[in-house]
Design a protein around this ligand. Sequence first.
Ligand code: COS
Length: 380
Amino acid sequence: MDFSLSEEHIMIRDAAREFAQTELLPGVIERDIKQEFPDALVRKMANLGFMGIMVDPKYGGSGMDAISYVLIMEELSKIDASASVIVSVNNSLVCYGIEAYGTEAQKEKYLTKLATGESIGAFCLSEPEAGSDATSQKTTAIDKGDHYIINGTKNWITSGGRADVYLVIAQTDRHKGSHGINAFIVEKGTEGFHTGPKEDKLGIRGSDTHTLQFNDVKVPKENRIGDDGFGFRFAMKTLSGGRIGIAAQALGIAQGAYELALKYSKERKAFGTEICNHQAIAFKLADMHTEIAAARHLVMKAAWDKDQGNNYDMSSAMAKLYASKVAMEHTVEAVQIHGGNGFVKEYHVERLMRDAKITQIYEGTSEIQKIVISRSIIRD
Ligand code: COS
């Protein structure tokens, strides 16, 4: 057993840390207030290889491992969770989905542009009446021989208004249940495909979240991913990797809030001493440090499972469940340590607290993670 990072991993982490400090930090408060998508920063992240971290270099990717991916995600999320979710969805849900399960033609046409950041990807599973209950897809895709016709509504879609390539999950045969679902690649601008208004969100306000409408959208058959009926398993497999990314995002949010709280507690004085010298604050810092370290171990274990070729359905669910809980609880504590200053934007922790909440909801709520974990332990 070896808990140390390799020299290469340290270099990757430090490059992401440097980028987050110098590029993401300066405008992060303003982007949050204005709900501004970081277009220029996405291009810079693409130049660093962050949009296709794990993709094979022959498709324009960086060819890194999942450990590198979580290191990058943690560093970006410490500063700007809106930027990091764009990276996470593009990497784990869209690039991975196409690389692992797409045809060679799909990879050549779509993956290279996604991995280099020339295109941005979105993953469309959630619907107004099918969020956690993902088999109850109402969006339909009717087989018309050489093409499908898609009708329906998808919502809470990350990068919904900005993406170029959309992976759309739809029902092709409702009598077959989860085996009657397929996944399709839909291009922006396809006739009948409309983007609804942008959501006004509590957190990750710099990311671009929309409802999407599909009205008789014609998609060629070669854009279906995998064999007929593979769509639900495709979504589940892809989301398992996505959950590693979101767990790392939650870890980064928690670590960012902890670092700010520690620094503040060493500077702020009350009752004649720095507040870190009061046990009420010191014990909060001890809990944060311990639980964030535990979350990091779970996140690393899930990434390691993926790199080893092990099944990571359960380890990714455990990492996301725990890291998101730690992020939520300790960002609240970071605000508390900052007192009145924690309640104003300038000190960053109120934003991290708002950003933390979504990590307990998207890519499977905490309750869904408990279903995945409990089913795995009962089955095994
Ligand atoms: N890998 C491969 N196959 C899987 C799988 C996985 N990780 N998870 C489920 N399946 C298969 C099952 O084996 C089953 O196949 P069979 O019918 O051949 O036995 C099929 O898929 C249906 O699975 P299951 O019966 O477990 O479906 P449920 O309706 O009970 O739902 C949960 C399972 C709750 C785990 C699933 O709906 C889920 O993850 N929901 C949350 C979705 C989500 O994350 N939404 C957020 C959207 S992205 S922001």
